[in-house]
Design a protein around this ligand. Structure first.
Ligand code: GLN
Length: 537
């Protein structure tokens, strides 16, 4: 078994996760089985308790693990199936070490960062190696080289490489080569210094992936090679992508990063066939048709808060050979300006997941606008709850209908706490989480889109449709088209007499890939295009 460790230098947000995922794509397409994992140096046990302002999206896995959004890239770029073993935080490491200490597993010893913490980190690499049976394990270390909290992870991978032996481990360092406008040139000093920092810890990177805005000319490559002690062909240019993140694997392939890694790891495998990937890029760059989709949320200014939603919309476009312009709509803007002014002209409206009261009324207005004007609507989790509240208020005339999350005293709690949540007091990892089966009604739009009547989709919520109102809703043309197998939980709703009004209690965005768009997103984009152009695709 072979191991690749991906570290980052100079600044955060360099796209280490994308680089790791892209290497995974290339190796997988060379016939290797890959498994990817992420180590996060913060002390939260998982990112589930962090605000999107701090962390961006929380990505949910089948087994209910709430993880870092880079795991979303891993799943979208490869076929690797992830579990809670694939994301390790310092919080988990210390929790395990301290539990062991209390159980007396280190009896008589002083418990220390080296070896107890580093052993715990190494154990997780071995554990993934055993359970995944992959040919190559790619481990991304979060944070930036030089951060105090990242040191135990770097020490652990240094020890790990020593134990695994030469030819079995490759270190990839992703770094930043800034363009200094006043000088009109790219500068390599920060890269030299961050590699020096790594070498101080005892890690000598084999590949240096240089994130840059301009091409990395030969002289600069030679300079980095010389000062960072790697052959010049191991200095890899990773320029800002022009169109899409899905170009990154092709960029790394052009730089022969995968060839180099296979040579270093003595892997004798054929070159990757990336034809299907190139076809995705073609559809992204030069699509046959175009449409504009509004995403109505409250973290619209943040790049990462709705990451998987934006990606799944793009995939839905690829599936229809349709370029999608995503218009990010702040729901508070709708509250101020009115839905008509903000949403008119959009092909479709999507309301994603969310928590807390801010911006809720704007989202309700967006759902009303979509329903009344027959604009395609896709609701995800909170987006389904919003559609329910809107229908209750304006079609069933249940004034002040609400979710008890936002108004505990509402006279019409059409969305209420799940039974299983009523006794829950702790916040970490206690929502209804992970993949659950859902049965779709025969003849429903959802059933038709999926082409299947039982689906497994990922959840992350505490509130649900209140069954006391189900009959009244259904009589008025609101179809509960997806139910949990016991029939008790409403998982998908749709409207009769509407070109496309579908919403799910689950998060379909977590199961979409560029070349396998999720059926709900594919159907949504097709409907959006149709409503703008007044003819089917
Ligand atoms: N806040 C809602 C709930 O807890 C919706 C959650 C979500 O959109 N992920 O049920």
């Amino acid at each position: 078994m072979k191991f690749i460790f991906v570290t980052g230098g100079v600044v955060s947000s360099l796209g280490k996760g994308l680089t790791a995922a892209s290497l995974g794509t290339l190796l997988e397409n060379r016939g290797l089985k890959v498994a990817l994992q992420k180590f996060d140096p913060y002390l939260n046990v998982d990112p589930g308790t962090m605000s999107p302002f701090q962390h961006g999206e929380v990505y949910v896995l089948d087994d209910g693990a709430e993880t870092d959004l880079d795991l979303g890239h891993y799943e979208r770029f490869t076929n690797c199936k992830l579990t809670r073993l694939n994301n390790l935080t310092s919080g988990q490491v210390y929790q395990n070490v301290l539990n062991n200490e209390r159980e007396g597993k280190y009896l008589g010893k002083t418990v220390q960062v080296i070896p107890h913490v580093t052993d715990e980190i190494k154990r997780r690499i071995h554990l993934l190696a055993e359970t995944s049976q992959a040919d190559v394990i790619i481990t991304e270390i979060g944070g930036t080289t030089g951060d105090i909290e990242g040191l135990p992870f770097l020490e652990a991978i240094r020890e790990f490489s020593l134990e695994a032996g030469a030819g079995n481990v490759v270190f990839v360092h992703v770094t930043y080569v800034p363009f200094i406008k006043a000088a009109g040139e790219l500068k390599t000093k920060p890269t030299q210094q961050s590699v020096a920092k790594l070498r101080e810890i005892g890690i000598a990177p084999h590949l240096i992936v240089c994130r840059c805005e301009k091409p990395l000319e030969k002289e600069l490559r030679q300079k980095i090679s010389m000062f960072c002690n790697v052959p010049v062909e191991a200095v890899i240019e990773e320029q800002d992508v022009e169109h899409s993140i899905y170009e990154v694997p092709l960029m790394l392939q052009r730089e022969r990063a995968d060839d180099l890694i296979c040579n270093l790891l003595h892997l004798d495998v054929p070159h990757p066939d990336m034809a299907h990937w190139q076809e995705v890029i073609r559809k992204l760059i030069a699509p046959q048709r175009r449409v504009r989709i509004g995403v109505v949320g409250k973290y619209i200014g943040l790049q990462d808060a709705y990451k998987s939603v934006y990606e799944a919309i793009t995939h839905g476009g690829v599936g229809n050979d349709c370029g999608v312009e995503i218009v990010r709509v702040d729901s508070e803007e709708i509250e101020k300006e009115g839905a008509e002014k903000v949403l008119r002209g959009l092909g479709g409206i999507l309301v994603p997941g969310g928590f807390g009261e801010r911006g809720i009324e704007g989202k309700i207005k967006a759902a009303k606008f979509a329903r009344e004007n027959k604009v395609p609507y896709l609701g995800l989790c909170l987006g389904m709850q919003i559609a329910t509240i809107e229908f209750a208020r304006h079609v069933l005339k249940l004034g002040k209908a609400h979710s008890t999350e936002f108004d505990p005293d509402t006279p019409h709690p059409v969305i209420a706490l799940l039974d299983a949540q009523k006794k829950v007091t702790k916040k970490g990892g206690t929502m209804r989480l992970g993949a659950q089966p859902c049965q779709l009604a025969v003849g429903s739009r959802a059933g038709q889109l999926y082409g299947s009547f039982v689906v497994n989709e990922r959840h992350r919520h505490r509130y649900e449709f209140n069954n006391a109102y189900r009959e009244r809703f259904e009589k008025a043309g609101f179809v509960c088209s997806g139910l949990s197998p016991d029939g008790k939980l409403v998982e998908v709703i749709e409207l009769k007499d509407h070109p496309f009004f579908v919403a799910s209690q689950f998060h379909p965005e977590f199961l979409s890939k560029p070349h396998q768009p999720h059926p709900l997103f594919k159907g949504f984009i097709a409907a959006a295009h149709q409503q703008i152009h007044k003819k089917p695709l």
